[in-house]
Design a protein around this ligand. Structure first.
Ligand SMILES: C[S@@+](CC[C@H](N)C(=O)[O-])C[C@H]1O[C@@H](n2cnc3c(N)ncnc32)[C@H](O)[C@@H]1O
Length: 418
């Protein structure tokens, strides 16, 4: 048992992989490493080189046998290597979701996806700790992949994660997990060495313990295949590669203590599914697939907006109103609103800015302006702050269309009906 506290492990791992994402990998080295653990040259050529960091210990994608229309979740998705390869195998009707605790990894993988024209909900990367409940709906996933990640979770976290994996899989769904396994009980010194932890060694457990965790999670049977990849090389941080670039190399023979394995199992197809209606996306919250909002745009009270309408003729108006609802328009909307649905708003930001860059006030609203309205306003303001191209500013209509209609529902010059 390690003396390292669970919270310090997760924090140290997150920091190390933030660093790794920012530093990137030597491209030739990362490619060589990826091929050495089984990725095919054609799969690697199909994705951006920056998605390959040379930090995997196997190639789960080759065994996953993904099919058209399937939903796949990758635990600890790094630069996006497995999710982006998966995307081409599941086609446009499938969904590939990567989860990673490191915000820099998530930023990198989103950039790699954008480079390939892939976007949510088809391909989504979400910042999430695997030590917490997964942000994925129950019984929605055909295949869960992971490459060299589960060893990085603290002991309690591993058990909780495997239970969550079982929850999100559809009945008959499968797991393909490449991971590092301890060949023998690890020495106290290795167990308590945070650097070896971050480098995927110290948190590894033995096959029987792993199998028991899987059984406790609901996977009655599991298959463990030793893949015999050279972990001395993978865990050593060679030439800008390895798990943690700045870490000193281990002062012991890694291959004596640990080995690479591929673990496969199925969720019983007899598992009872709940009667809840099937969600269209496996993601519980669509907005998790986009960056968190940093700014907090000011509220504009309905009376102030109504005054702007009344004081300015249409040609004099230096404000725009954006309704970010999608299909809940019944009952009317603020006069002259443009409609940019929240679910696709982030991807539309360049077009939105192009349209409103010369408009001083851009006012966003949804039903009550407590969720989608402020989120889209925040993304618009963040985008302006990042690009620094305009003095246009985002506002949120206080109380949303509900307040507006309650006050002005009978004033024809302030309300449009569908
Ligand atoms: C060794 S790298 C593997 C990355 C990727 N699977 C690959 O093969 O290139 C481990 C990844 O797991 C992520 N990770 C580690 N602990 C995590 C946790 N508790 N929750 C979510 N992601 C985690 C790291 O940020 C990192 O991206």
């Amino acid at each position: 048992m390690s003396n390292l506290a669970d919270s310090s492990i997760v924090a140290a791992v997150e920091r190390a992989y933030d660093e790794k994402a920012k530093a990137g990998s030597n491209e030739a080295y990362a490619k060589e490493m990826a091929q050495s653990v089984g990725y095919t040259p054609s799969d690697l050529e199909s994705i951006p080189p920056t998605a390959q960091l040379g930090v995997g210990c196997g190639s789960p994608i080759n065994t996953a046998n993904l099919k058209d229309g399937e939903t796949v979740v990758d635990l600890g998705s790094g630069g996006g290597i497995d999710v982006l390869i998966a995307a081409s195998k599941i086609g446009p009707t499938g969904q590939a979701i990567g989860l990673d605790v490191s915000s820099d990894m998530v930023t990198l993988s989103r950039r790699n996806a954008a480079e390939q024209g892939l976007k949510p909900p088809h391909v989504a990367f979400v910042q999430a700790s695997l030590a917490d409940p997964l942000p994925i709906a129950s019984n929605t996933v055909d295949c869960v992949l992971s490459n060299c990640v589960i060893n990085l979770l603290p002991q309690g976290g591993k058990e909780g994660l495997l239970k969550e994996v079982h929850r999100i899989l559809k009945p008959g769904g499968r797991i393909v997990l490449d991971d590092i396994i301890a060949k023998q009980p690890l020495s106290e010194e290795i167990r308590n060495d945070l650097t070896s932890y971050v480098n995927c060694i110290s948190g590894s457990i033995q096959v029987e313990e792993y199998r028991t965790l899987l059984q406790n999670a609901g996977f009655a049977e599991s298959n463990f295949l030793e893949t015999k990849n050279d972990l001395q090389k993978i865990c050593s941080g060679v030439d800008g590669g390895g798990c943690c670039k700045s870490a000193p190399k281990p002062n012991f023979d890694v291959n004596v203590w640990v080995a690479s394995y591929q673990i496969t199992a199925y969720k019983s197809s007899e598992t009872v599914e709940s009667a809840e209606s099937k969600p269209t996306s496996a993601l519980l919250r669509w907005w998790d697939a986009y960056p968190k909002v940093k700014s907090s745009p000011a509220l504009i009270p309905p009376a102030e907006l109504a005054a702007l309408y009344k004081e300015n003729s249409e040609s004099e108006r230096d404000f725009a109103i954006i309704d970010v609802r999608r299909d809940d328009h019944a009952g009317g909307h603020v006069r002259g609103s443009d409609n940019w649905p929240a679910q696709t708003f982030y991807d539309d930001l360049p077009k939105v800015l192009e349209k409103y860059r010369n408009t001083s006030r851009v006012v966003f609203y949804c039903g009550s302006s407590s969720g989608r309205g402020p989120r889209c306003a925040g993304w618009y303001q963040d985008y302006i702050n990042e690009t620094g191209t305009t003095t246009s500013a985002a506002y949120v209509l206080e109380g949303g269309v509900k307040s507006w209609l309650a006050k002005y529902g009978n004033e024809e010059d302030l309300v449009d009906r569908d």
